[in-house]
Design a binder for this molecule. Structure first.
Ligand code: IFM
Length: 464
Protein backbone atom coordinates (compact mmCIF):
# COMPACT_ATOMS: atom_id res chain seq x y z
CA UNK A 1 0.00 0.00 0.00
CA UNK A 2 1.48 3.32 -1.08
CA UNK A 3 -0.76 6.38 -1.08
CA UNK A 4 -0.02 9.97 -1.92
CA UNK A 5 -1.22 12.46 0.63
CA UNK A 6 -2.61 15.53 -1.15
CA UNK A 7 -0.44 18.65 -0.82
CA UNK A 8 -2.98 20.64 1.20
CA UNK A 9 -4.26 17.75 3.30
CA UNK A 10 -4.07 18.83 6.94
CA UNK A 11 -1.82 16.66 9.08
CA UNK A 12 -2.13 17.98 12.58
CA UNK A 13 -2.89 17.14 16.17
CA UNK A 14 -5.32 18.27 18.82
CA UNK A 15 -5.83 18.79 22.50
CA UNK A 16 -7.85 21.05 24.76
CA UNK A 17 -7.16 23.74 27.32
CA UNK A 18 -8.44 21.91 30.41
CA UNK A 19 -6.63 18.67 29.52
CA UNK A 20 -3.24 20.34 29.22
CA UNK A 21 -2.98 23.75 30.88
CA UNK A 22 -3.02 23.03 34.61
CA UNK A 23 -4.11 25.56 37.19
CA UNK A 24 -1.06 27.87 37.30
CA UNK A 25 -2.49 31.38 37.34
CA UNK A 26 -6.11 30.20 37.63
CA UNK A 27 -8.24 32.10 40.13
CA UNK A 28 -10.42 30.29 42.66
CA UNK A 29 -13.55 31.66 41.02
CA UNK A 30 -12.56 30.29 37.60
CA UNK A 31 -13.41 26.62 37.96
CA UNK A 32 -14.98 24.82 35.05
CA UNK A 33 -17.39 21.90 35.38
CA UNK A 34 -14.39 19.56 35.05
CA UNK A 35 -12.42 21.37 37.77
CA UNK A 36 -15.38 21.17 40.15
CA UNK A 37 -15.97 17.52 39.40
CA UNK A 38 -12.30 16.81 40.07
CA UNK A 39 -12.44 18.76 43.35
CA UNK A 40 -15.63 17.00 44.46
CA UNK A 41 -14.79 13.45 43.39
CA UNK A 42 -11.04 13.25 42.91
CA UNK A 43 -11.22 9.58 44.02
CA UNK A 44 -12.85 8.60 40.69
CA UNK A 45 -9.92 10.11 38.78
CA UNK A 46 -7.12 7.63 38.04
CA UNK A 47 -4.43 7.91 40.75
CA UNK A 48 -6.11 11.12 41.89
CA UNK A 49 -4.62 13.05 38.96
CA UNK A 50 -6.60 15.58 36.97
CA UNK A 51 -6.75 19.06 35.51
CA UNK A 52 -4.88 20.64 38.46
CA UNK A 53 -1.44 19.99 36.97
CA UNK A 54 -2.36 18.30 33.68
CA UNK A 55 0.71 18.72 31.43
CA UNK A 56 1.39 22.25 32.68
CA UNK A 57 0.99 23.49 29.10
CA UNK A 58 0.34 26.93 30.59
CA UNK A 59 4.05 27.20 31.36
CA UNK A 60 5.49 24.57 29.02
CA UNK A 61 3.79 25.56 25.75
CA UNK A 62 7.03 26.83 24.11
CA UNK A 63 8.55 23.38 24.55
CA UNK A 64 5.46 21.66 23.10
CA UNK A 65 5.31 24.01 20.16
CA UNK A 66 9.01 23.39 19.52
CA UNK A 67 8.16 19.67 19.28
CA UNK A 68 5.25 20.47 16.92
CA UNK A 69 7.66 22.43 14.75
CA UNK A 70 10.16 19.60 14.76
CA UNK A 71 7.46 17.17 13.59
CA UNK A 72 6.14 19.70 11.08
CA UNK A 73 2.45 19.73 12.12
CA UNK A 74 0.44 21.82 9.70
CA UNK A 75 -2.31 22.62 12.24
CA UNK A 76 -2.93 22.42 15.97
CA UNK A 77 -6.36 22.52 17.58
CA UNK A 78 -6.95 23.48 21.17
CA UNK A 79 -9.60 25.38 23.11
CA UNK A 80 -9.88 28.63 24.95
CA UNK A 81 -10.85 27.75 28.51
CA UNK A 82 -14.09 29.73 28.84
CA UNK A 83 -14.01 29.41 32.62
CA UNK A 84 -10.57 31.08 32.75
CA UNK A 85 -11.19 33.67 30.07
CA UNK A 86 -13.32 35.92 32.27
CA UNK A 87 -13.08 37.51 35.66
CA UNK A 88 -16.77 38.40 35.42
CA UNK A 89 -18.78 36.12 33.12
CA UNK A 90 -21.90 38.29 33.11
CA UNK A 91 -20.27 41.66 32.50
CA UNK A 92 -17.81 40.09 30.06
CA UNK A 93 -14.73 41.32 31.93
CA UNK A 94 -11.80 39.44 30.45
CA UNK A 95 -8.99 38.00 32.54
CA UNK A 96 -6.19 39.82 30.72
CA UNK A 97 -3.50 37.54 32.09
CA UNK A 98 -5.19 34.42 30.64
CA UNK A 99 -6.18 36.18 27.41
CA UNK A 100 -2.53 37.18 26.92
CA UNK A 101 -1.53 33.56 27.39
CA UNK A 102 -3.83 32.62 24.47
CA UNK A 103 -2.24 35.43 22.43
CA UNK A 104 1.22 34.07 23.16
CA UNK A 105 0.23 30.52 22.22
CA UNK A 106 -1.26 31.72 18.91
CA UNK A 107 1.83 33.76 18.07
CA UNK A 108 4.21 30.98 19.02
CA UNK A 109 2.28 28.57 16.77
CA UNK A 110 2.45 30.94 13.80
CA UNK A 111 6.14 31.52 14.40
CA UNK A 112 6.59 27.76 14.19
CA UNK A 113 4.65 27.62 10.90
CA UNK A 114 1.60 25.94 12.45
CA UNK A 115 -1.94 27.19 11.95
CA UNK A 116 -4.03 27.24 15.14
CA UNK A 117 -7.67 26.17 15.22
CA UNK A 118 -9.59 27.31 18.27
CA UNK A 119 -12.60 25.81 19.98
CA UNK A 120 -14.71 27.93 22.33
CA UNK A 121 -15.80 25.15 24.68
CA UNK A 122 -14.22 21.75 25.13
CA UNK A 123 -16.31 20.79 28.21
CA UNK A 124 -15.08 23.97 30.00
CA UNK A 125 -18.48 25.36 30.98
CA UNK A 126 -17.84 27.68 33.97
CA UNK A 127 -18.99 26.36 37.35
CA UNK A 128 -20.31 29.82 38.14
CA UNK A 129 -22.80 29.45 35.26
CA UNK A 130 -23.68 25.91 36.36
CA UNK A 131 -24.42 27.10 39.90
CA UNK A 132 -26.25 30.26 38.97
CA UNK A 133 -28.20 29.19 35.88
CA UNK A 134 -28.00 25.39 35.70
CA UNK A 135 -25.46 25.59 32.88
CA UNK A 136 -26.74 24.88 29.37
CA UNK A 137 -30.27 24.31 30.66
CA UNK A 138 -30.56 28.10 30.60
CA UNK A 139 -31.15 30.45 27.67
CA UNK A 140 -29.15 33.06 29.57
CA UNK A 141 -26.07 30.86 29.17
CA UNK A 142 -26.71 30.75 25.42
CA UNK A 143 -26.57 34.56 25.36
CA UNK A 144 -23.43 34.71 27.51
CA UNK A 145 -21.72 32.19 25.22
CA UNK A 146 -22.56 34.26 22.14
CA UNK A 147 -21.09 37.36 23.83
CA UNK A 148 -17.98 35.38 24.74
CA UNK A 149 -17.60 34.17 21.14
CA UNK A 150 -17.74 37.72 19.84
CA UNK A 151 -15.09 38.89 22.30
CA UNK A 152 -12.86 35.97 21.23
CA UNK A 153 -13.35 36.76 17.51
CA UNK A 154 -12.57 40.44 18.11
CA UNK A 155 -9.50 39.60 20.07
CA UNK A 156 -7.95 36.77 18.06
CA UNK A 157 -9.76 36.91 14.70
CA UNK A 158 -6.92 38.91 13.11
CA UNK A 159 -4.87 35.70 13.23
CA UNK A 160 -7.18 32.75 13.91
CA UNK A 161 -9.27 31.86 10.85
CA UNK A 162 -10.70 28.47 11.82
CA UNK A 163 -13.09 28.34 14.75
CA UNK A 164 -15.27 25.75 16.43
CA UNK A 165 -18.07 26.47 18.89
CA UNK A 166 -17.98 23.18 20.82
CA UNK A 167 -16.01 19.99 21.01
CA UNK A 168 -18.35 16.98 21.34
CA UNK A 169 -21.29 19.05 22.59
CA UNK A 170 -23.33 15.94 23.48
CA UNK A 171 -20.90 14.44 25.96
CA UNK A 172 -21.21 16.19 29.34
CA UNK A 173 -24.99 16.07 29.60
CA UNK A 174 -25.12 12.49 28.32
CA UNK A 175 -22.82 11.25 31.04
CA UNK A 176 -24.34 13.51 33.68
CA UNK A 177 -28.10 13.83 33.05
CA UNK A 178 -28.89 10.90 30.78
CA UNK A 179 -26.65 8.13 32.11
CA UNK A 180 -26.23 9.77 35.54
CA UNK A 181 -22.83 8.17 35.98
CA UNK A 182 -20.94 11.38 36.72
CA UNK A 183 -21.01 14.01 39.38
CA UNK A 184 -23.41 15.53 40.42
CA UNK A 185 -25.47 12.37 39.61
CA UNK A 186 -28.77 13.97 38.69
CA UNK A 187 -30.83 11.90 36.23
CA UNK A 188 -32.96 14.13 34.03
CA UNK A 189 -33.61 13.10 30.43
CA UNK A 190 -35.50 16.28 29.55
CA UNK A 191 -32.60 18.37 30.80
CA UNK A 192 -30.31 16.28 28.59
CA UNK A 193 -32.34 17.29 25.55
CA UNK A 194 -32.55 20.91 26.69
CA UNK A 195 -28.74 21.10 26.86
CA UNK A 196 -28.53 19.56 23.39
CA UNK A 197 -30.95 22.10 21.96
CA UNK A 198 -29.25 25.05 23.62
CA UNK A 199 -25.86 24.00 22.26
CA UNK A 200 -27.36 23.68 18.77
CA UNK A 201 -28.96 27.11 19.18
CA UNK A 202 -25.76 28.64 20.60
CA UNK A 203 -23.81 27.31 17.62
CA UNK A 204 -26.31 28.79 15.14
CA UNK A 205 -26.22 32.15 16.94
CA UNK A 206 -22.43 32.19 17.00
CA UNK A 207 -22.36 31.33 13.28
CA UNK A 208 -24.65 34.31 12.69
CA UNK A 209 -22.44 36.64 14.75
CA UNK A 210 -19.35 35.40 12.91
CA UNK A 211 -20.84 35.95 9.46
CA UNK A 212 -22.57 39.24 10.21
CA UNK A 213 -19.41 40.50 11.90
CA UNK A 214 -17.49 39.95 8.67
CA UNK A 215 -14.73 38.00 10.39
CA UNK A 216 -12.35 36.29 8.00
CA UNK A 217 -12.25 32.52 7.96
CA UNK A 218 -14.83 29.96 8.93
CA UNK A 219 -16.80 28.68 11.86
CA UNK A 220 -17.86 25.12 12.57
CA UNK A 221 -18.44 22.62 15.33
CA UNK A 222 -16.60 19.47 16.38
CA UNK A 223 -19.02 16.54 16.66
CA UNK A 224 -18.47 12.93 17.68
CA UNK A 225 -21.07 11.08 15.64
CA UNK A 226 -20.64 7.35 15.80
CA UNK A 227 -20.80 5.21 12.69
CA UNK A 228 -23.64 2.84 13.51
CA UNK A 229 -23.72 -0.73 12.27
CA UNK A 230 -26.79 -2.92 12.90
CA UNK A 231 -25.97 -6.46 13.99
CA UNK A 232 -27.87 -7.94 11.04
CA UNK A 233 -30.15 -7.21 8.12
CA UNK A 234 -33.24 -7.82 10.29
CA UNK A 235 -35.64 -4.85 10.40
CA UNK A 236 -35.52 -4.94 14.21
CA UNK A 237 -31.71 -4.54 14.31
CA UNK A 238 -31.83 -1.85 11.65
CA UNK A 239 -34.47 0.08 13.59
CA UNK A 240 -32.28 -0.12 16.72
CA UNK A 241 -29.37 1.43 14.81
CA UNK A 242 -31.58 4.11 13.25
CA UNK A 243 -32.98 5.19 16.59
CA UNK A 244 -29.53 5.34 18.13
CA UNK A 245 -28.44 7.43 15.18
CA UNK A 246 -31.32 9.86 15.71
CA UNK A 247 -30.69 10.45 19.40
CA UNK A 248 -26.91 10.64 19.35
CA UNK A 249 -25.82 11.63 15.84
CA UNK A 250 -28.57 13.32 13.87
CA UNK A 251 -29.61 15.39 16.89
CA UNK A 252 -26.61 17.63 16.08
CA UNK A 253 -25.73 16.80 12.49
CA UNK A 254 -29.14 17.58 11.02
CA UNK A 255 -29.85 20.98 12.59
CA UNK A 256 -26.26 22.19 12.29
CA UNK A 257 -25.68 21.10 8.69
CA UNK A 258 -29.20 20.96 7.21
CA UNK A 259 -30.93 23.51 9.42
CA UNK A 260 -33.57 21.39 11.18
CA UNK A 261 -34.07 18.53 13.61
CA UNK A 262 -35.19 15.24 12.02
CA UNK A 263 -38.98 14.90 12.21
CA UNK A 264 -38.61 11.27 13.44
CA UNK A 265 -36.59 12.55 16.38
CA UNK A 266 -39.13 15.27 17.20
CA UNK A 267 -41.92 12.66 17.19
CA UNK A 268 -39.98 10.46 19.61
CA UNK A 269 -39.20 13.38 21.90
CA UNK A 270 -42.87 14.35 22.01
CA UNK A 271 -43.98 10.78 22.51
CA UNK A 272 -41.65 10.39 25.50
CA UNK A 273 -42.40 13.88 26.83
CA UNK A 274 -38.84 15.08 26.63
CA UNK A 275 -39.25 17.69 23.92
CA UNK A 276 -37.02 20.65 24.71
CA UNK A 277 -38.48 24.12 25.33
CA UNK A 278 -38.01 26.22 22.24
CA UNK A 279 -39.57 28.98 20.18
CA UNK A 280 -40.26 29.23 16.46
CA UNK A 281 -37.74 32.07 16.35
CA UNK A 282 -35.03 29.77 17.70
CA UNK A 283 -35.80 27.15 15.05
CA UNK A 284 -35.61 29.87 12.41
CA UNK A 285 -32.17 30.99 13.64
CA UNK A 286 -31.03 27.36 13.38
CA UNK A 287 -32.51 27.12 9.86
CA UNK A 288 -30.72 30.25 8.70
CA UNK A 289 -27.28 29.58 10.17
CA UNK A 290 -25.73 26.22 9.33
CA UNK A 291 -22.04 25.75 10.08
CA UNK A 292 -19.35 26.39 7.44
CA UNK A 293 -17.51 23.14 8.13
CA UNK A 294 -17.39 20.19 10.50
CA UNK A 295 -14.79 18.64 12.73
CA UNK A 296 -15.45 14.94 13.29
CA UNK A 297 -13.99 12.96 16.19
CA UNK A 298 -13.98 9.29 15.32
CA UNK A 299 -12.52 6.44 17.32
CA UNK A 300 -14.66 3.29 17.21
CA UNK A 301 -17.75 1.82 15.54
CA UNK A 302 -21.09 1.58 17.27
CA UNK A 303 -22.71 -1.81 16.76
CA UNK A 304 -26.33 -2.20 17.74
CA UNK A 305 -29.05 -4.79 17.96
CA UNK A 306 -32.72 -4.82 18.93
CA UNK A 307 -33.27 -5.03 22.70
CA UNK A 308 -33.89 -8.48 24.06
CA UNK A 309 -35.92 -7.46 27.11
CA UNK A 310 -38.87 -5.24 27.81
CA UNK A 311 -38.02 -1.81 29.22
CA UNK A 312 -38.47 -1.33 32.97
CA UNK A 313 -41.26 1.24 33.01
CA UNK A 314 -40.33 2.47 36.49
CA UNK A 315 -37.05 3.91 35.23
CA UNK A 316 -36.78 7.29 33.48
CA UNK A 317 -36.83 7.30 29.70
CA UNK A 318 -33.51 6.51 28.07
CA UNK A 319 -33.10 5.94 24.30
CA UNK A 320 -31.63 2.57 25.29
CA UNK A 321 -35.24 1.44 25.42
CA UNK A 322 -34.84 0.95 21.67
CA UNK A 323 -31.43 -0.69 21.34
CA UNK A 324 -28.72 -2.81 22.90
CA UNK A 325 -25.01 -2.71 22.20
CA UNK A 326 -23.69 -5.57 20.11
CA UNK A 327 -20.19 -7.01 20.39
CA UNK A 328 -18.97 -8.38 17.09
CA UNK A 329 -17.37 -11.78 17.71
CA UNK A 330 -13.67 -11.65 16.86
CA UNK A 331 -13.55 -7.87 16.83
CA UNK A 332 -10.13 -6.22 17.05
CA UNK A 333 -9.82 -4.34 20.31
CA UNK A 334 -7.79 -1.63 21.95
CA UNK A 335 -8.00 -3.33 25.31
CA UNK A 336 -6.73 -0.34 27.31
CA UNK A 337 -9.68 1.75 26.25
CA UNK A 338 -12.21 -1.02 25.62
CA UNK A 339 -12.78 0.35 22.13
CA UNK A 340 -13.09 -1.73 18.97
CA UNK A 341 -10.59 -0.92 16.24
CA UNK A 342 -12.32 -0.70 12.87
CA UNK A 343 -10.54 1.70 10.47
CA UNK A 344 -13.23 1.27 7.78
CA UNK A 345 -15.39 3.62 9.82
CA UNK A 346 -13.37 6.50 8.36
CA UNK A 347 -14.47 5.63 4.84
CA UNK A 348 -18.06 4.96 5.91
CA UNK A 349 -18.34 8.30 7.74
CA UNK A 350 -16.86 10.12 4.75
CA UNK A 351 -19.40 8.56 2.40
CA UNK A 352 -22.24 9.42 4.76
CA UNK A 353 -21.21 13.07 4.85
CA UNK A 354 -20.89 13.02 1.07
CA UNK A 355 -24.27 11.41 0.46
CA UNK A 356 -26.41 12.74 3.29
CA UNK A 357 -24.80 16.02 4.33
CA UNK A 358 -24.09 17.53 0.89
CA UNK A 359 -20.37 16.81 1.22
CA UNK A 360 -19.89 19.75 3.57
CA UNK A 361 -16.15 20.46 4.08
CA UNK A 362 -14.90 18.54 7.10
CA UNK A 363 -11.87 17.01 8.71
CA UNK A 364 -11.04 14.43 11.32
CA UNK A 365 -10.44 16.54 14.41
CA UNK A 366 -9.70 13.56 16.66
CA UNK A 367 -8.69 9.94 16.23
CA UNK A 368 -6.06 8.09 18.18
CA UNK A 369 -5.09 5.30 20.46
CA UNK A 370 -4.94 5.48 24.26
CA UNK A 371 -2.60 2.84 25.68
CA UNK A 372 -2.11 1.92 29.32
CA UNK A 373 1.36 1.30 30.74
CA UNK A 374 3.32 2.73 27.84
CA UNK A 375 6.51 2.73 29.91
CA UNK A 376 6.65 -1.00 29.02
CA UNK A 377 7.55 0.08 25.52
CA UNK A 378 10.38 2.49 26.38
CA UNK A 379 13.73 1.50 24.89
CA UNK A 380 17.11 1.92 26.59
CA UNK A 381 17.12 5.61 25.69
CA UNK A 382 13.66 6.06 27.16
CA UNK A 383 11.90 6.45 23.81
CA UNK A 384 8.44 4.85 23.60
CA UNK A 385 8.48 2.38 20.70
CA UNK A 386 4.77 2.73 19.90
CA UNK A 387 4.54 0.73 16.68
CA UNK A 388 0.90 -0.07 17.56
CA UNK A 389 0.08 3.67 17.35
CA UNK A 390 1.86 3.98 14.01
CA UNK A 391 -0.17 1.04 12.67
CA UNK A 392 -3.36 2.51 14.06
CA UNK A 393 -2.80 5.91 12.43
CA UNK A 394 -1.67 4.31 9.19
CA UNK A 395 -4.80 2.14 8.90
CA UNK A 396 -7.15 5.03 9.65
CA UNK A 397 -5.37 7.46 7.34
CA UNK A 398 -5.41 4.84 4.61
CA UNK A 399 -9.21 4.65 4.78
CA UNK A 400 -9.54 8.41 4.88
CA UNK A 401 -7.33 8.89 1.83
CA UNK A 402 -9.37 6.25 -0.01
CA UNK A 403 -12.46 8.29 0.80
CA UNK A 404 -10.82 11.43 -0.58
CA UNK A 405 -10.13 9.53 -3.80
CA UNK A 406 -13.81 8.53 -3.82
CA UNK A 407 -14.86 12.20 -3.76
CA UNK A 408 -15.09 12.94 -0.04
CA UNK A 409 -14.54 16.57 0.92
CA UNK A 410 -12.43 15.53 3.90
CA UNK A 411 -9.65 18.09 4.35
CA UNK A 412 -7.40 16.43 6.85
CA UNK A 413 -6.53 14.37 9.87
CA UNK A 414 -5.66 15.53 13.37
CA UNK A 415 -4.38 13.05 15.88
CA UNK A 416 -5.62 12.98 19.45
CA UNK A 417 -3.45 14.02 21.09
CA UNK A 418 -0.24 15.91 20.52
CA UNK A 419 1.19 15.11 23.94
CA UNK A 420 -0.14 12.64 26.48
CA UNK A 421 -2.80 14.48 28.46
CA UNK A 422 -5.49 14.19 31.10
CA UNK A 423 -8.73 12.42 30.17
CA UNK A 424 -11.95 12.68 32.19
CA UNK A 425 -11.58 10.14 35.03
CA UNK A 426 -8.88 8.08 33.27
CA UNK A 427 -6.47 11.00 33.76
CA UNK A 428 -3.03 9.78 32.58
CA UNK A 429 -3.95 6.06 32.62
CA UNK A 430 -4.13 5.80 28.82
CA UNK A 431 -1.48 7.64 26.84
CA UNK A 432 -2.42 9.14 23.47
CA UNK A 433 0.43 11.44 22.48
CA UNK A 434 3.17 11.64 19.91
CA UNK A 435 5.07 13.14 22.82
CA UNK A 436 5.34 11.35 26.15
CA UNK A 437 4.77 13.21 29.42
CA UNK A 438 6.51 11.94 32.56
CA UNK A 439 4.51 12.53 35.71
CA UNK A 440 7.47 14.12 37.48
CA UNK A 441 7.34 17.69 38.80
CA UNK A 442 8.79 18.94 35.53
CA UNK A 443 6.31 17.04 33.38
CA UNK A 444 9.32 16.06 31.25
CA UNK A 445 8.58 15.60 27.54
CA UNK A 446 10.09 13.15 25.03
CA UNK A 447 9.28 12.32 21.44
CA UNK A 448 7.86 8.84 20.83
CA UNK A 449 8.67 6.73 17.79
CA UNK A 450 5.23 7.69 16.39
CA UNK A 451 6.33 11.35 16.52
CA UNK A 452 9.27 10.56 14.25
CA UNK A 453 7.03 8.55 11.92
CA UNK A 454 4.44 11.35 11.74
CA UNK A 455 7.24 13.78 10.89
CA UNK A 456 8.30 11.54 8.04
CA UNK A 457 4.85 11.23 6.47
CA UNK A 458 4.34 15.00 6.76
CA UNK A 459 7.64 15.58 4.99
CA UNK A 460 7.23 12.93 2.30
CA UNK A 461 3.43 13.17 1.87
CA UNK A 462 3.40 9.46 1.20
CA UNK A 463 1.67 6.83 3.32
CA UNK A 464 3.39 3.47 3.11
O1 IFM B 1 -9.88 13.07 25.84
C1 IFM B 1 -10.98 12.98 25.00
C2 IFM B 1 -11.33 14.33 24.39
O2 IFM B 1 -11.50 15.34 25.36
C3 IFM B 1 -12.62 14.20 23.61
N1 IFM B 1 -12.59 13.09 22.71
C4 IFM B 1 -12.13 11.80 23.21
C5 IFM B 1 -10.79 12.00 23.88
C6 IFM B 1 -10.19 10.64 24.29
O3 IFM B 1 -10.97 9.96 25.23
Amino acid sequence: MVQNIPKDFILGAASSAWQTEGWVGKKETQDSFLDSWFKNESFVWHEGRGPDVATNFYEKYPEDIAHMKEIGLTHYRTSINWSRFFIDYEKGIVDEEYADHIDRVIDELFNAGIEPMLCLEHYEVPTYLMDKYGGWASKKVVELFVDYAQIAFDRYGDRVKQWFTFNEPIVIQTRVYLDAIRWPHEQNTKKWMQWNHHKVLATAKVVQVFHEGGYEGRIGVVLNPEVTYPRSSSPADKKAAEIYDLFFNRVYLDPLVKGSYPSELVQLLEHHQIMFDHTEEELEIIRQNPVDFLGINLYFPKRLKAPRYEWNKDTPFHPEMYYENFELPGRRMNKSRGWEIYPELMFDMAMRIKDEYHNIPWLITENGMGIEGEERFQDDNGQVQDDYRIDFIRMHLNQLLKAVEAGSSCEGYMLWAFTDCVSPMNAFKNRYGLVRIELDDERTRSLKKSGEWYKQIIQERILK
